[in-house]
Design a protein around this ligand. Structure first.
Ligand code: AMP
Ligand code: MG
Length: 347
């Protein structure tokens, strides 16, 4: 399937990869379940499902959460400019000069640089020059970047060219041919920020699904966990996980791709080969922080099993995936669900 940028259609593959198994009508302990889906943010389908004491509480919380999503969507957009806003497109367009930005951009980029070090360079948000080449071909649905183009682009992916000045609240890309691409971790980072809003929202518990990036807040009012299905390319479930207070984030080679001469070229680039990573077909990470889960799932998708399992051990998360030969693998211990009430408001 060709990736169509910024259309709801492009998200259909994404939504397949994780599905929230949820009864439509349910009521428990004075709380009812509600759901709202929007197609406007992060080039994907975003759904909030929650237990709330009333419809009006849910609707008010949903408005706040979707407003936050809209704000971050604009801030982290590398394709569109918005009046009066310095977003990541501004930072890329003005490579060479410092750009004053809001805290969200500073925090996200600082986290990104930290994850570069932690993943041995597998996750590199300064990969923009390379990923843009592949993105252009994918958008057109034909052709491949030439070896010369890839070689030239790879000269402009150094994380050292991203300067974050915490005092002056500016970021600067010092290499005019380099650019940031935060696609690997922005949704998870936004999910982390949305989780921070939930204790004040009036919701009892919630599950936020940002196109394959699922974060949960508390458990259902009856104490049971949320059920999230990890799908495979064939549509079968790899596993149905029961989570409360945990996030489930998946990276896969069938989320965004195009086909040339029968070969699939997907969207996750191995910085070492400069080409779509070939070691795995999909990787899901389960942990409490969706930002970490997003960063790690992309990195694990790129890394080999030795480096991947070492990273999982270091962070104490759990990963489940399918390698390029079709073998299912698991790293780490399945994390304990947070106790209900630990992340939910008092009854
Ligand atoms: P995800 O779906 O979270 O695994 O992220 C995939 C997205 O991350 C791609 O669409 C690119 O925008 C970006 N990306 C691809 N390769 C890399 C990489 N090696 N490091 C950082 N970002 C990447
Ligand atoms: Mg990711």
């Amino acid at each position: 399937m060709k990736h169509l940028s910024r259309t709801a259609l492009s998200s259909f593959a994404l939504i397949l990869i994780l599905s929230v198994l949820f009864p439509l009508q349910s009521c428990s302990g004075g709380y009812a379940a509600f759901s709202d889906t929007r197609f406007d943010y992060f080039d994907t389908v975003c759904t909030l499902t929650a237990y709330a004491p009333s419809r009006s509480v849910f609707e008010s919380a949903a408005e706040d959460l979707f407003a936050a999503m809209e704000e971050y969507d604009r801030l982290f957009d590398i394709y569109n400019a918005y009046d009066g806003l310095n977003n990541l497109k501004t930072v890329n367009d003005r490579a060479g000069e410092p750009v004053e930005v809001s805290d969200g951009i500073i925090e996200l980029l600082a986290f990104s640089l930290e994850m570069y070090g932690e993943t041995g360079g597998a996750l590199n948000v300064m990969i923009g020059a390379l990923s843009a080449l592949w993105h252009r071909c994918r958008e057109e649905g034909v052709g491949l970047p030439t070896a010369e183009e890839l070689c030239e682009a790879s000269l402009h992916v150094s994380p050292d060219s991203l300067i974050i000045d915490q005092e002056s609240r500016t970021v600067q890309i010092t290499d005019p041919d380099a650019s940031v691409d935060v696609g690997a971790l922005a949704k998870g980072w936004v999910a982390r920020k949305l989780l921070e809003l939930l204790p004040e929202s009036g919701l009892y518990s919630a599950i936020i699904d940002l196109g394959g990036n699922v974060a949960t807040y508390g458990a259902k009012p009856d104490g049971s966990s949320w059920r999230v299905a990890i799908d495979t390319e064939s549509g079968d479930y790899l596993k149905v996980v029961e989570v409360s207070g945990l996030s489930v984030v998946t990276s896969g080679d069938y989320q965004r791709f195009y086909v040339v001469d029968g070969v699939k070229y997907h969207h996750i680039i191995d910085p070492e080969t400069r080409r779509p990573a070939e070691k795995n077909k999909q990787v899901s990470v389960i942990c409490s922080d969706p930002a970490l889960g997003d960063a790690l799932s992309t990195a694990l998708f790129i890394l080999d099993s030795a480096s991947g399992s070492a990273l999982v051990q270091k962070y104490g998360v759990y990963a489940l995936g399918i390698d390029a030969d079709g073998n299912v693998f698991e790293y780490g211990e399945y994390p304990e669900n947070a106790e209900n009430g630990e992340t939910s408001p008092e009854n």
